[in-house]
Write a protein that binds this ligand. Structure first.
Ligand code: MN
Length: 278
């Protein structure tokens, strides 16, 4: 299933041709889109049980054209966005000449502020700051069942879905949590492909275009720490809870955005996320 949030945080099931969706909000036992939006977290936790009802509602629902709805980021109030530093060899290589050295080039995980989450098709106002602001187009997974000290062998059972995340980044000195948490710095979408849609995450092709030119293009399997390793490592530090988001790191080809630029990131089998900058 491709699950989207749209309009006032209604739940939609996206059709396979990716041009329409069906409103399946009534399949949820509770839908409170207000502050906190716990319905989304409960859906992530309970999706396996909710699935038959979602499919039943979808079978009799009316299709809405995607170009007639406002798509929302398909993650809502996660307790954390965990992101990965230096998880592709090619990205390590491209950052060395930019003056990044020592421990800063090592793999690590860090947090982005959930308030930086931004809907698809948004025009993002760049903050007035010194330094280059870069796109990083990344594969992200959404946690269904939570846990701590999750083993690598069990890790993928804790993933409820996959989506596309732009880890927008202010380059320069200082803490990643600030440089990557400006408002608008985490576009996510266009929807979440549920786990069974992605039988082999390693085979996903991640491609990013800046103003129509390909800048990033890798297979997810090229990452240094696999998704199961990321989940095992992260959950050895902090308990993962339903709805948490893990971004898997920047493929090589990062670069700066300016006012007027358009970024399109696509992952095979998931979809395409587009934003612009002003
Ligand atoms: Mn990143």
């Amino acid at each position: 299933m491709m699950l989207a949030l749209f309009n006032e945080y209604r739940l939609g099931l996206v059709d396979l041709d990716e041009s329409t969706l069906v409103d399946v909000t009534s399949a949820l036992p509770d839908h409170d889109p207000g502050l906190g939006a716990g319905f989304w977290v409960r859906m992530c936790r309970d999706l396996k049980d909710l699935r038959p009802r979602i499919e039943e509602v979808a079978s009799s629902g009316k299709s809405l054209r995607l170009d007639g709805v406002k798509l929302r980021a398909p993650v809502l109030n996660p307790t954390k966005i965990v992101a990965s530093a230096f998880n592709y060899a090619g990205h390590v290589d491209e950052m060395k000449p930019r003056g990044v050295s020592g421990w800063k080039l090592n793999f690590d995980v860090f947090l982005k502020a959930p308030s930086s989450i931004t809907d698809p098709n948004t025009d993002i106002v760049l903050p007035e700051v010194d330094g280059e602001i870069h796109y990083e187009g990344e594969l992200a997974c959404v946690i269904g069942r939570g846990g701590s000290n999750i083993s690598e062998g069990d890790a993928l059972d804790h993933v409820i879905g996959w989506t596309i995340l732009l880890d927008m980044t202010l380059r320069g000195e200082g803490d990643r949590s600030r440089r990557k948490s400006y408002d608008g710095f985490t576009p996510v979408g266009p929807w979440m492909a549920t786990a069974e849609q992605v039988p082999s995450w390693e085979d996903l092709q991640i491609t990013l275009w800046l103003n129509g030119d390909v800048r990033q293009d890798v297979k997810a399997g090229e990452m240094i720490r696999s998704v199961p390793e990321l989940i095992a490592h992260t959950s050895s530090v902090m308990t993962l809870v339903p709805g948490d988001v893990i971004a898997t790191g920047a493929p090589p080809g990062v670069g700066s955005v300016q006012q007027g630029d358009q970024v399109r990131a696509s992952i095979s089998g998931i979809g395409t996320l587009e934003v612009s900058f002003s």
